[in-house]
Design a protein around this ligand. Structure first.
Ligand code: THU
Length: 160
Protein backbone atom coordinates (compact mmCIF):
# COMPACT_ATOMS: atom_id res chain seq x y z
CA UNK A 1 0.00 0.00 0.00
CA UNK A 2 1.23 3.48 -0.66
CA UNK A 3 -0.26 6.79 0.22
CA UNK A 4 -0.85 9.31 -2.56
CA UNK A 5 -1.24 12.95 -1.64
CA UNK A 6 -3.09 15.22 -4.03
CA UNK A 7 -2.26 18.91 -3.95
CA UNK A 8 -4.13 21.81 -5.46
CA UNK A 9 -3.19 25.45 -5.63
CA UNK A 10 -5.63 28.33 -5.35
CA UNK A 11 -4.87 32.04 -5.33
CA UNK A 12 -6.98 34.29 -3.16
CA UNK A 13 -7.22 38.02 -3.87
CA UNK A 14 -8.45 40.37 -1.15
CA UNK A 15 -10.75 42.15 -3.56
CA UNK A 16 -11.34 43.22 -7.14
CA UNK A 17 -8.75 45.98 -6.79
CA UNK A 18 -5.98 43.33 -6.82
CA UNK A 19 -7.05 42.00 -10.22
CA UNK A 20 -6.19 43.12 -13.76
CA UNK A 21 -8.74 45.16 -15.69
CA UNK A 22 -9.75 42.40 -18.12
CA UNK A 23 -10.54 40.02 -15.24
CA UNK A 24 -12.54 42.73 -13.45
CA UNK A 25 -14.53 43.21 -16.65
CA UNK A 26 -15.30 39.48 -16.85
CA UNK A 27 -16.38 39.44 -13.20
CA UNK A 28 -18.63 42.44 -13.88
CA UNK A 29 -20.24 40.53 -16.76
CA UNK A 30 -20.83 37.58 -14.42
CA UNK A 31 -22.35 39.93 -11.87
CA UNK A 32 -24.70 41.41 -14.48
CA UNK A 33 -25.70 37.90 -15.56
CA UNK A 34 -26.32 36.97 -11.94
CA UNK A 35 -28.82 39.81 -11.62
CA UNK A 36 -30.95 38.11 -14.28
CA UNK A 37 -30.79 34.62 -12.71
CA UNK A 38 -34.09 32.79 -12.44
CA UNK A 39 -33.86 31.40 -8.92
CA UNK A 40 -37.28 31.74 -7.28
CA UNK A 41 -36.96 28.47 -5.34
CA UNK A 42 -33.49 28.64 -3.80
CA UNK A 43 -33.13 32.43 -3.82
CA UNK A 44 -29.49 31.71 -4.60
CA UNK A 45 -28.37 33.55 -7.73
CA UNK A 46 -25.32 32.67 -9.74
CA UNK A 47 -23.80 34.34 -12.79
CA UNK A 48 -21.03 33.03 -15.01
CA UNK A 49 -19.05 34.78 -17.74
CA UNK A 50 -16.73 33.02 -20.15
CA UNK A 51 -13.95 34.69 -22.13
CA UNK A 52 -13.26 33.01 -25.46
CA UNK A 53 -10.11 33.05 -27.53
CA UNK A 54 -11.96 35.16 -30.14
CA UNK A 55 -12.42 37.84 -27.42
CA UNK A 56 -16.17 37.22 -27.11
CA UNK A 57 -17.70 37.02 -23.64
CA UNK A 58 -20.55 34.56 -23.13
CA UNK A 59 -22.66 34.72 -19.99
CA UNK A 60 -25.16 32.50 -18.24
CA UNK A 61 -27.07 32.27 -14.99
CA UNK A 62 -28.91 29.62 -13.04
CA UNK A 63 -32.30 28.66 -14.39
CA UNK A 64 -34.52 26.91 -11.86
CA UNK A 65 -37.67 24.90 -12.43
CA UNK A 66 -40.75 23.93 -10.41
CA UNK A 67 -39.55 20.40 -11.04
CA UNK A 68 -36.31 21.10 -9.17
CA UNK A 69 -33.90 18.70 -10.94
CA UNK A 70 -34.83 20.22 -14.31
CA UNK A 71 -33.04 23.44 -13.39
CA UNK A 72 -29.49 24.17 -14.48
CA UNK A 73 -26.52 25.93 -12.89
CA UNK A 74 -25.10 29.16 -14.29
CA UNK A 75 -21.77 27.63 -15.29
CA UNK A 76 -23.35 24.89 -17.38
CA UNK A 77 -25.91 27.26 -18.93
CA UNK A 78 -22.96 29.36 -20.14
CA UNK A 79 -20.52 26.63 -21.13
CA UNK A 80 -23.07 24.55 -23.04
CA UNK A 81 -23.98 27.64 -25.03
CA UNK A 82 -20.28 28.04 -25.85
CA UNK A 83 -20.10 24.38 -26.83
CA UNK A 84 -23.13 24.77 -29.06
CA UNK A 85 -22.28 28.10 -30.68
CA UNK A 86 -18.45 28.18 -30.71
CA UNK A 87 -17.39 24.52 -30.75
CA UNK A 88 -13.95 25.30 -32.20
CA UNK A 89 -13.05 28.32 -30.10
CA UNK A 90 -10.93 27.88 -26.99
CA UNK A 91 -12.11 29.02 -23.59
CA UNK A 92 -9.59 31.24 -21.80
CA UNK A 93 -11.29 31.78 -18.47
CA UNK A 94 -14.55 31.73 -16.56
CA UNK A 95 -15.71 34.05 -13.79
CA UNK A 96 -18.42 32.96 -11.36
CA UNK A 97 -20.28 35.25 -8.96
CA UNK A 98 -22.75 33.68 -6.54
CA UNK A 99 -24.77 34.50 -3.49
CA UNK A 100 -27.96 34.10 -1.54
CA UNK A 101 -30.69 36.71 -1.81
CA UNK A 102 -31.27 36.30 1.93
CA UNK A 103 -27.83 37.26 3.22
CA UNK A 104 -24.84 38.93 1.58
CA UNK A 105 -22.27 36.29 0.67
CA UNK A 106 -18.76 37.63 1.15
CA UNK A 107 -16.66 34.50 0.69
CA UNK A 108 -15.81 32.87 -2.65
CA UNK A 109 -18.41 30.33 -3.81
CA UNK A 110 -16.82 27.48 -5.79
CA UNK A 111 -18.62 25.76 -8.68
CA UNK A 112 -20.57 22.61 -7.79
CA UNK A 113 -19.25 19.17 -8.65
CA UNK A 114 -21.46 18.71 -11.71
CA UNK A 115 -20.29 22.05 -13.13
CA UNK A 116 -16.66 21.13 -12.47
CA UNK A 117 -17.18 17.94 -14.45
CA UNK A 118 -18.81 19.89 -17.30
CA UNK A 119 -16.02 22.49 -17.42
CA UNK A 120 -13.42 19.70 -17.24
CA UNK A 121 -14.89 18.18 -20.41
CA UNK A 122 -14.06 21.35 -22.36
CA UNK A 123 -10.64 21.72 -20.76
CA UNK A 124 -9.74 18.19 -21.86
CA UNK A 125 -11.29 18.79 -25.30
CA UNK A 126 -9.30 21.95 -25.98
CA UNK A 127 -6.14 20.65 -24.28
CA UNK A 128 -5.35 23.99 -22.67
CA UNK A 129 -6.20 25.11 -19.13
CA UNK A 130 -9.30 27.12 -18.34
CA UNK A 131 -8.76 29.68 -15.59
CA UNK A 132 -11.54 29.85 -13.04
CA UNK A 133 -12.26 32.90 -10.88
CA UNK A 134 -15.00 32.68 -8.26
CA UNK A 135 -16.40 34.96 -5.61
CA UNK A 136 -19.44 35.74 -3.49
CA UNK A 137 -21.38 38.94 -3.84
CA UNK A 138 -18.49 40.91 -2.37
CA UNK A 139 -15.08 40.32 -0.84
CA UNK A 140 -12.32 37.90 -1.73
CA UNK A 141 -11.86 36.42 -5.17
CA UNK A 142 -10.40 32.93 -5.60
CA UNK A 143 -8.56 31.84 -8.72
CA UNK A 144 -7.61 28.44 -10.02
CA UNK A 145 -5.20 28.34 -12.97
CA UNK A 146 -6.96 25.28 -14.32
CA UNK A 147 -10.23 23.45 -13.76
CA UNK A 148 -8.19 20.32 -13.05
CA UNK A 149 -7.09 21.91 -9.75
CA UNK A 150 -10.71 21.94 -8.65
CA UNK A 151 -11.41 18.37 -9.70
CA UNK A 152 -8.61 16.01 -8.72
CA UNK A 153 -8.91 12.47 -10.10
CA UNK A 154 -11.31 13.68 -12.76
CA UNK A 155 -13.03 11.25 -15.09
CA UNK A 156 -12.46 11.97 -18.78
CA UNK A 157 -12.68 10.49 -22.27
CA UNK A 158 -9.26 8.81 -22.00
CA UNK A 159 -10.87 6.33 -19.61
CA UNK A 160 -13.69 5.28 -21.91
N1 THU B 1 -25.92 26.82 -8.59
C1 THU B 1 -25.22 27.29 -9.68
O1 THU B 1 -25.78 27.97 -10.55
N2 THU B 1 -23.92 26.98 -9.76
C2 THU B 1 -23.23 26.24 -8.85
O2 THU B 1 -22.07 25.93 -9.06
C3 THU B 1 -23.87 25.86 -7.59
C4 THU B 1 -25.33 26.03 -7.54
C5 THU B 1 -27.34 27.13 -8.51
C6 THU B 1 -28.23 25.92 -8.69
C7 THU B 1 -29.49 26.36 -7.96
O3 THU B 1 -30.28 27.13 -8.86
C8 THU B 1 -28.97 27.30 -6.87
O4 THU B 1 -27.66 27.66 -7.25
C9 THU B 1 -28.94 26.66 -5.49
O5 THU B 1 -28.27 25.45 -5.49
Amino acid sequence: MKEIKIESTLYVFEGLNELPQDVIKLIQKATEAREKAYAPYSNFSVGAAILLDNSKIITGNNQENASYPSGLCAERTAIYYVGAKYPDVKIIRMAIVAGSKKNKTSSPIPPCGACRQAIAEYEVKQNTPIEIYFMGETGKVAKSNSLANLLPLGFDKSML
